[in-house]
Design a protein around this ligand. Structure first.
Ligand SMILES: N[C@@H](CCC(=O)N[C@@H](CS)C(=O)NCC(=O)O)C(=O)O
Length: 220
């Protein structure tokens, strides 16, 4: 099989792909990029993919972007590990692969962007901006974050892993949003099932190896 090259950005979702590569025991090369002072990716990533974002994987002459699509590809080319075993499990994995970036991340990003915007606007208009964004967060962002986090909390009250009783790519894909969600949720630390789930996946040898190689996924 052709070499897999991961274009990895420090402090990013790309950690998920690194973790998957370690879980699957695939051989790969890694090229690491830094973030600039505005926390944007090194411009050199644009030479790999037009969006200039990470993760990006180059394998077998193909340039692969979007974490979920990359994870599916890696599971396909792997030796069978992490492959769903039943139709229900396959559908569950697919659901969480999409939910992570399609539902969970947008509201978390909104909250993050609002926080950054308040920090960046001139002092004189700060109270106004803070007031407006506070209304939006109160009416929409925070209730949506709570709704999503409560849903995951309930799911993990019924089963050990997101797709059922087996660890799958769904858990890798959801990791970043849940780690960020625990930090940003207005309900703070009130998610015992998610907390213990995060502790369990962070204890996996492949996760630890990924952190050792690529660093932590987000600032402390
Ligand atoms: N939905 C994409 C998101 C990719 C993405 O936004 N990556 C961020 C890092 S977490 C990035 O490269 N940001 C740097 C930038 O936009 O300059 C995925 O899941 O792969």
């Amino acid at each position: 099989m052709a070499t897999i090259v991961l274009h990895h950005l420090e402090l990013s979702r790309s950690t998920r792909v690194l973790w998957a590569l370690e879980e699957l025991g695939l051989s790969y090369e890694i090229k690491t990029y830094k973030r600039d002072k505005n926390f944007r990716a090194d411009k050199a990533l644009k030479q790999v993919h037009p969006l200039g974002k990470s993760p990006v994987v180059v394998s077998d002459g193909m340039v692969l972007a979007e974490s979920a699509a990359i994870l599916e590809y890696l599971v396909d080319v792997g030796d069978g590990a992490l492959r769903p075993e039943t139709a229900q499990e396959r559908q569950n994995v697919r659901y969480w692969l999409h939910f992570a970036e399609g539902t969970l991340m947008p509201t978390l990003l909104m909250s993050l962007v609002h926080g950054t915007a308040i920090d960046k606007v001139p002092f004189i208009i700060k109270p106004v901006v803070k007031g407006i964004l506070g209304v939006i967060d109160g009416a929409f962002t925070n209730p949506e974050i709570i709704r999503n986090m409560d849903f995951v909390e309930q799911t993990l009250g019924r089963q050990s892993w997101l797709a059922g009783e087996r660890f799958t790519a769904a858990d890798i894909q959801m990791s970043y949003g849940l780690q960020a969600g625990i930090k940003r949720s207005p309900k703070g630390q009130a998610y015992p099932n998610i907390q213990s789930y995060i502790r369990r996946f962070e204890a996996r040898p492949a996760y630890k190896k990924a952190i050792e190689i690529g660093g932590i996924p987000m600032p402390e």
